[in-house]
Design a protein around this ligand. Structure first.
Ligand code: FMN
Length: 261
């Protein structure tokens, strides 16, 4: 074939395209384990941050070794054995916690707009002097633009919040995206989810919580210009502390026996 033949140009372009696509897909497959490892490390960092055990310094894996990972069945709050789902098998976990394999939520019982709910949840326990000091729960729900993912840490009474992180979302930077702001997250510390009757009463207000507000233990500061994102936060609190969420688990272990498994 001569250099200016159409066939030669065609085969050259075809060969180039094939080589490039092989390189790109090879890189995607080859880097997958590293992406999984980074994702896992990021999860650990956020769990530690919610638990108040990470301030940007230290070896994340080492710090995380102080945390016990458990799996619960959301429907009744019972612990699941390692034989059923192994918490150390990342790929098995990803499959077990895929909401697409779970139940369809009725619209009126789905304020966080999850649509489908997985059967199991991971939870994380921090022990101190033979008792459970902190329980960290994964939470998520729709904001204005996106699903917001976070962790909430509860004290041993299973009602007082000791920390929160929101680490993945697609809300607007500077508006709803301020849920990432650590100053705002710090305002969750010490807030109580339930009233004396066990009703879920914690919610975000518009503006700042007033020092004179009788309910201030159950109120969180709003983020200005982000009322719709804040509605999403209120909705996810209602969902995850409700019947389909962690309520069965929290009720079960609010007893004197505490959390074991
Ligand atoms: C480009 C653009 C992005 C916005 N992003 C958000 C957002 O991430 N979260 C949110 O609640 N409101 C967002 N809003 C504003 C909402 O439309 C609405 O005005 C706001 O939630 C009202 O909050 P406020 O009552 O505190 O002012 C956005 C508006 C525009 C124009």
């Amino acid at each position: 074939m001569t250099n200016d033949s159409a066939a030669k140009s065609f085969y050259t372009v075809l060969l180039l395209a094939l080589v490039c696509s092989a390189l790109v897909s090879g890189a995607a497959v080859g880097l997958r384990p590293r992406q999984d490892a980074n994702e896992q490390l990021d999860q650990k960092k956020n769990i530690l941050r919610a638990a108040g055990l990470y301030n940007g310094q230290g070896d994340i894996n080492l710090l995380f070794s102080a945390i016990e990972t458990k799996i619960i069945r959301l429907s009744d709050g019972t612990f699941v054995s390692k034989e059923e789902v192994d918490p150390n098998n990342f790929n098995q976990l990803k499959a077990a916690f895929n909401p697409q394999t779970g139940k369809q939520l009725p619209k009126q019982e789905d304020p966080a707009r999850l649509n489908r709910l997985e059967k199991y949840s991971l939870i994380y326990l921090v022990h101190q002097n033979n008792t459970i000091n902190t329980v960290i729960l994964p939470i998520r729900g729709k904001g204005l633009w996106s699903t917001m993912y976070g962790y909430v840490a509860l004290a041993g009474d299973l009602s007082t919040i000791t920390g929160v992180t929101f680490y993945k979302h697609g809300e607007t930077p500077g508006l709803g995206g301020e849920i990432e702001n650590q100053d705002w997250q710090a305002g969750w510390q010490g807030k109580k989810i339930h009233d004396n009757q066990g009703k879920i009463v914690l919610r975000v207000v518009k503006g700042k919580v007033k020092a004179t507000d009788q309910d201030r233990a159950h109120r969180l500061d709003g983020i200005s210009g982000a009322t719709l994102t804040m509605n999403g936060i209120n909705n996810l609190l209602m969902f995850w502390f409700g019947e389909h969420g962690f309520k069965p688990f929290l009720e079960r272990y609010k007893t004197k026996e505490g959390i074991g498994g």
